[in-house]
Design a binder for this molecule. Structure first.
Ligand SMILES: [Fe+2]
Ligand SMILES: [Fe+2]
Length: 345
């Protein structure tokens, strides 16, 4: 076996956290949870970058393997331990008290505008042009993690809502599936852009080899927020995501006009610049209708801030990863090949 660049202790923690056990074997399940708690402590309390990347690999893999509905008892314990370790280190920022639902929603919309990446370095680089097809392929891989399970995330959010509110999410899903025409389903539109660029969007290893760790962290954060039972966590974070999409993707669309691509390749961007304005309004309507207490406002506010920060970090992280890749020829990514080697018995 070749030398690993990951300390052996961390590789062992990954292997222990990932190894599925007989669900009735309590000592083994406890061992998985303890390994995860130790990884989480190093990643979040000690801010160890390698441990943090390993946590991103664990969370991504466990959620993907179960289509975002982990039900293996060990997987649930591992995710629970990692989420607790992370949330113990997050700041508790509260919105002003005494706002009525309308004023609170206005505050929320203003606050999250600060997290837009429409003026960030990555979009600046795309707009400057002079990017090769390989560069666009690199960026294409950065979209896949957030898009691949987006409809599942919406569906999961709908589960905790009363029917009156959930109907907006069913409508959102209807849009996602191309209003009944799979040819226009958003994932299929995205693949019309990614395919000609050579992005292997269905291949897990390719996604993990190219996506910047910060991009995985954004999706993992979204899944962590949906994991909470109170619907406010999902509402605040999904509202932020769809609210920022139109301004960000509109910039990308303009930049992508410069690439020589088959007709229809940019339909994904064109569609989202319009429909996500409506989707963001729908999330806000649900939030407005459900905010009865200050505690609920605090949850939605915290979720939007957490998702906003991690989204901005993802775009910046993708830019920094691109710089490293251009210089070294290797795209920074969670080193799953080495980790998987460690996980094999
Ligand atoms: Fe969409
Ligand atoms: Fe949308």
């Amino acid at each position: 076996m070749t030398e690993s660049s990951i300390p052996s202790q961390l590789r062992e923690l990954y292997a222990r956290a990932m190894l599925r056990a007989d669900p009735t074997d309590w000592p083994q399940l406890e061992g998985r949870a303890k390994a995860a708690a130790e990884l989480g402590r190093r990643a979040f309390a000690e801010r160890d970058r390698t441990a943090w990347e390993i946590v991103q690999a664990v969370e991504w893999r466990l959620h993907r393997a179960s289509a975002l509905r982990p039900n293996d008892p060990g997987d649930v314990l591992v995710l629970d331990a990692l989420y607790r370790a992370e949330e113990a280190t997050l700041p508790d920022e509260k919105p002003p008290a005494g706002l009525d639902p309308k004023s609170f929603c206005e505050l929320l919309a203003r606050t999250i505008a600060e997290h837009s990446s429409a003026d960030g370095k990555l979009i600046g680089l795309m707009k400057d042009g002079n990017l090769s097809v390989e560069d666009w392929q690199f960026f294409g891989y950065q979209w896949v993690p957030a898009a691949i399970d987006f409809t599942r995330q919406i569906a999961l959010c709908s589960l905790t809502l009363p029917r009156e509110s959930a109907k907006f999410l069913y409508l959102n899903l209807y849009d996602e599936i191309g209003k009944g025409n799979p040819e226009f389903a958003h994932w299929n539109l995205l693949t019309k852009f990614l395919g000609p660029l050579g992005v292997r969007f269905d291949d897990e290893s390719s996604i993990l080899a190219w996506a910047a760790p910060e991009v995985l962290a954004m999706v993992n954060t979204q899944n962590r927020l949906i994991w909470h039972r109170e619907p406010g966590w999902a509402l605040g974070s999904m509202f932020l995501a769809e609210r920022l999409v139109p301004s960000e993707l509109d910039q990308v669309r303009k930049a992508a006009l410069g690439i020589d691509l088959p007709k229809g390749s940019l339909d994904f961007f064109e569609d989202h610049v319009e429909t996500d304005v409506g989707h963001a309004e729908d999330w806000l309507t649900i939030i407005r209708g459900m905010l009865e207490t200050y505690e609920q406002q605090c949850v939605v506010h915290a979720a939007a801030l957490q998702r906003g920060r991690v989204q901005r970090r993802a775009w910046d992280g993708a830019f920094e990863a691109w710089q490293v890749w251009k210089k070294t020829g290797v795209a920074p990514h969670v080193r799953f090949e080495e980790l998987e080697g460690a996980a094999r018995p």
